[in-house]
Write a protein that binds this ligand. Sequence first.
Ligand SMILES: [Zn+2]
Ligand SMILES: [Zn+2]
Length: 171
Amino acid sequence: MKITLKPLGNVADEIMEELKDRVGGIFHCPIQITAGFSDLAQAYNPERKQYISSKLLASLKKSERNERVVGIADVDLYVPRLNFVFGEAAIVSGTAIVSLCRLRQEYYGLAPDEALFLERTTKEIVHELGHTFGLRHCPNNKCVMHFSNSLADTDLKEAHFCNKCRPRIIL
Ligand SMILES: [Zn+2]
Ligand SMILES: [Zn+2]
């Protein structure tokens, strides 16, 4: 098994490297960063000033059977029935996308907190990867597979899988 992280649009190298280390610490498998795509305009909805998550997700492809691909985008993502999404996974294709936008304190008019931002982003990436490994949402609010309705949910849960979810990961 191999996990590939791809920056979509502008994402700082230092952020990608930090996420690679953190996600690697949870999955214990090789993690690589490869070039994503930079043109996100195809997914932009000017009325909502947001990007449609599913379109970007559909542009992500894995190159090997035992690979999982996560696109990291620093733009606000949505799906038609929701105001926004933190991320989305395509289970059959083994791909996922995560938005950095609403994980920063600055988004809410608060002082920046880099450590908190990276912790939240790690949780969202691990959560979406969990879906690509066959996991559903977990009722345990400390488990990374617990559904985050808000950032408070994200902050309450931990970055790793609970004892019930971990053995269910289908590698
Ligand atoms: Zn989920
Ligand atoms: Zn769980």
